[in-house]
Design a protein around this ligand. Structure first.
Ligand SMILES: NC(=O)c1ccc[n+]([C@@H]2O[C@H](COP(=O)([O-])OP(=O)(O)OC[C@H]3O[C@@H](n4cnc5c(N)ncnc54)[C@H](O)[C@@H]3O)[C@@H](O)[C@H]2O)c1
Length: 279
């Protein structure tokens, strides 16, 4: 999809109150798109919506929990009353969980799979049929992670959901090609967003100190969500299947293919540096 000028196009971003979702929604508005937004954080959502209005674009937004099929169905009905179909669907909403498998209670598995995986599935389930039926193509971006192709002990459940989003996106891409709809799995590395302050931590890493170490590490790395947003747009323009974002995401991506032994070492170092490792 040509994203250089998005006037007359409608884009939906889930998780648009903060971080990568907010930056992407604003980047799309700057290129002329009208926006549809959702999030569970209402004040944050209102702030993003008001910034988009300030850019002269239309915006429709609603408090929606992406893990709830009922809320997503009602949201899609409201959106399709205003817009026949979306041009761009960005399934971004997600949560973090720092925990080894032994420290992950089943409730956390339900929680993270519900948001990180089923949220993406719900977005596609409710918004793709009108996009397909309209017959004018479109694009889907599913936000996975570098943890969607490299797993570490302290990100056991998180990586599980992100691997799943990557696999889902690859299958969907095969299916939607015949309708002129592209699908991109976006895989950011270490991005400075509030996700580290909100993530659930379990086990030995579940201390305020460990959280502060992780927050400081992400801040020092300081790869901004605005840079991610620009790279998401580039990936859509090029119709990439998988888009690692940030140098570390690219390094891990290539090591995965060429040097699995070295990758394990680099990956463990990164996990320790982030302060979430429990060993
Ligand atoms: N920050 C990183 O280092 C990083 C790296 C790779 C991938 N990601 C992925 O990027 C995406 C965005 O994360 P971010 O870093 O911008 O974090 P963030 O916390 O700044 O933003 C996530 C947004 O999702 C919203 N959200 C959470 N649960 C929701 C739900 N049930 N329904 C609707 N909205 C919900 C939050 O309220 C928040 O506004 C996530 O999928 C995350 O896993 C982030």
């Amino acid at each position: 999809m040509d994203v250089r000028n998005l006037e007359g196009k409608v884009a939906l971003v889930t998780g648009a109150a903060s971080g990568i979702g907010k930056a992407t929604a604003l980047a799309l508005a700057r290129r002329g798109a009208d926006l549809v937004l959702c999030d569970v954080d209402e004040p944050g959502l209102e702030a993003t919506a008001s910034a988009i209005r300030g850019l002269g674009r239309q915006v429709l937004y609603q408090r929606v929990d992406v893990s709830s099929r009922h809320e997503m169905r009602a949201f899609a009905e409201a959106v399709h009353q205003r817009h026949a179909a979306l041009d761009l669907l960005i399934n971004n909403a997600g949560v973090g969980l720092g925990a080894s498998f032994r420290d992950t209670p089943l409730e956390d598995w339900d929680w993270i799979i519900g948001i990180n995986l089923m949220g993406v599935v719900h977005g596609c389930h409710f918004f793709l049929p009108p996009m397909i039926a309209r017959g004018q193509g479109g694009h889907v971006v599913n936000v996975s992670s570098a943890a969607g192709y490299v797993a570490t002990e302290p990100l056991c459940a998180y990586a599980t959901t992100k691997f799943a989003v990557l696999g889902f996106s690859e299958a969907l891409r095969e299916e939607l090609e015949r309708y002129g709809i592209g699908v991109t799995a976006v895989c950011p590395g270490i991005i400075n967003t509030p996700i580290t302050r909100r993530a659930r931590l379990r086990g030995a890493g579940a201390t305020e100190e460990a959280r502060q170490r992780m927050v400081a590490f992400y801040e020092r790395r300081n790869y901004t969500p605005e840079r991610v947003a620009e790279n998401i747009l580039k990936a859509v323009q090029r119709n990439r299947a998988v888009a690692p974002i940030s140098p570390e995401a690219w390094v891990l991506y290539y090591l995965k293919r060429s040097s699995p032994g070295l990758l394990r070492k680099v990956n463990r170092w990164l996990a320790r540096a982030a302060g979430a490792a429990s060993d």
